[in-house]
Design a protein around this ligand. Structure first.
Ligand code: NAD
Length: 499
């Protein structure tokens, strides 16, 4: 354990936490003067307070972002934007342990996972730093007497509404391409995890970002998120969160004809063929459902398994579950707490429903607590076997450490089960047969398919869902196009001939 993690675990908090909105390059109390608290899910205790914003704070942040958009930010060349983003990546890496410990305390995840998230945030800034001066337009052949070209312009002020499960990496994957494109930002982190989006403000300022280009307003979805996404000054909303909220964000944005990207939920299948390396598949899926206690939109929430391999898979998987340590995130266990009492209640409700329905619970199935303290909001890593397509636990996103096992007999049935929910975010495929792998990749409805390694890829790969999993793609150069709009210019260059 690092010294910072150890002292934080001992004291229950840490000094130097930001607590106010970041607007126009400085810290500001909420206009109303109100505050709210952030809780450590590993102990269930409040450890920090922060500004509880409302529409007045949103207005101040949008005003600052609009002024920066038409003023100081526009005067900065794309190559200089790239240098600012690259310095941001370096500064995040230099402060990585502080970021990781804050993230761990705020959202509960094991500090080792938080370190990976912080590294991926740095990598997002590094990746888009290189893209600032490369998203050029086209010249279009109209004929000898014309010059026609297209220009990629920044869309304007962008709003970023962020959930509590991957706060810093989700913030970075939206903010870095927006800044790279020349846009300005108002970010609204989740009320459960406001801190790392605020830390990023100081880092960006240190890296040389002009005041007003990145702003953060903290508070609830109703009091800050809703006025932000319905503000007429916002040109694009990047929303990550639940389907229900995503729908209301889209409706609010539509009233101003504001574009949206929606990264919503998932109930992703990992299709395991009997010809694959079952040991590798079991180890991968263990990580892909129990990372962040299953609170991952792209978790491998369903194993769709060829019946011939079901028993072997379950043996290996359950043996893996028995090795998982559970505890406070700062002790860096394999499984940490879930983020809130609400989330714990939701998971418990789904599992109790399955139990009442007669579903076989192979392992886990109950709430628990930190074995060292008896505190915190924990749920045991759980496996539900022979789950039917129509079962509530198969159709809904539980967003917790609960794996559903769904056997199949032939590949058509595998595809039918994989595609049997309203979600279509990602999918895993495990097979040693090249043709089967690509047939499944073709036939499974998903924004991203991983073959023989769940979560293969990084910021370079476009990510997003189909159907109820969302609209649009983030990450990759595709993700930067959300923040650019094309202007076409067509000019006559020589006088018109008169006859
Ligand atoms: P949520 O929709 O309740 O909240 C997400 C964010 O939206 C928070 O910042 C919240 O304050 C804000 N918000 C709430 N109401 C709002 C409103 N009316 N207008 C504007 N903003 C509002 O979701 P949650 O419970 O915090 O997060 C869990 C959900 O997010 C899960 O369903 C999960 O799958 C999804 N998620 C998806 C991805 C992805 O990339 N696809 C990533 C992480 C989480």
């Amino acid at each position: 354990m690092t010294d910072l993690a150890a002292t934080t675990l001992a004291t229950g908090t840490l000094p130097g936490l930001p607590s106010r909105h970041w607007i126009d390059g400085g810290w500001h109390d909420a206009a109303s003067g109100r505050t709210m608290e952030s809780f450590d899910p590993g102990s269930g205790k409040a450890f920090a307070s922060f500004a509880r914003g409302d529409a007045a704070d949103v207005q101040a942040a949008v005003d600052a972002a609009l002024a920066a958009m038409t003023g100081r930010w526009r005067g900065i060349t794309p190559s200089e934007r790239g240098r600012i983003l690259m310095r941001t990546a370096e500064l995040i890496r230099a402060n990585a342990e502080f970021y990781a410990v804050v993230e761990c305390l705020d959202c509960g995840k094991p500090v080792g996972e938080a370190r990976v998230d912080v590294a991926s945030a740095a990598r997002a800034f590094e990746y888009y730093a290189g893209a600032c001066d490369k998203m050029h337009g086209l010249t279009i052949p109209l004929g000898h007497d014309y010059l026609a070209y297209s220009v990629n312009e920044p869309v304007g002020v962008t709003a970023h509404v962020i959930p509590w499960n991957y706060p810093i990496s989700t913030t970075a994957r939206g903010v870095a391409p927006a800044l790279a494109a020349g846009c300005t930002v108002v970010a609204k982190p989740a009320e459960q995890t406001p801190l790392t989006a605020l830390l990023l403000a100081e880092t960006l300022k240190q890296a040389g970002l002009p005041d007003g280009v990145y702003n953060v307003v903290t508070g609830t979805g109703a009091e800050v998120g809703a006025p932000l996404v319905s503000h007429p000054g916002i040109a694009h909303v990047a929303f990550t969160g639940s389907v229900a909220t995503g729908c209301s964000v889209m409706q609010a944005a539509a009233r101003n004809v504001t574009s949206v990207t929606l990264e919503l939920g998932g109930k992703s299948p990992a299709v395991v063929m009997a010809d694959c390396d079952i040991e590798t598949a079991a180890a991968d899926i263990l990580a892909a459902i129990y990372e962040n206690a299953g609170q991952i939109c792209s978790a491998a929430a369903r194993v769709v398994i060829e019946r011939a391999a079901q028993a072997e898979f379950l043996d290996r998987f359950v043996a893996g579950v028995r090795t998982l340590s559970l505890g406070h995130g700062l002790r860096n266990p394999r499984v940490g707490p879930v983020n809130s009492p609400n989330q714990l209640e939701r998971i418990s409700d789904f599992v109790e429903g399955a139990r009442a329905n007669g579903t076989e619970i192979v392992t886990g199935g109950s709430r628990t607590s930190d074995p060292d303290t008896g505190l915190g909001w924990f749920f045991e890593p759980t496996v539900l076997n022979n789950v039917k397509m129509s079962d509530r636990v198969a159709q809904n996103e539980i967003f917790g450490p609960v794996l559903c096992v769904q056997p199949f007999d032939d590949i058509e049935e595998a595809v039918a089960i994989a595609n049997s929910t309203n979600f279509a975010l990602v999918a895993g495929v495990y097979t040693s047969d090249f043709g089967t792998a690509h047939r499944l990749a073709r036939d499974i409805d998903a924004g991203q398919v991983f073959i023989n390694e769940y979560f293969a890829g990084g910021i370079e790969i476009p990510f997003g869902g189909n159907r109820h999993s969302g609209i649009g793609r983030e990450k990759g150069l595709e993700g930067m196009r959300n923040y650019l709009r094309v202007k076409s210019v067509a000019a006559r260059t020589s006088p018109r001939r008169t006859h």
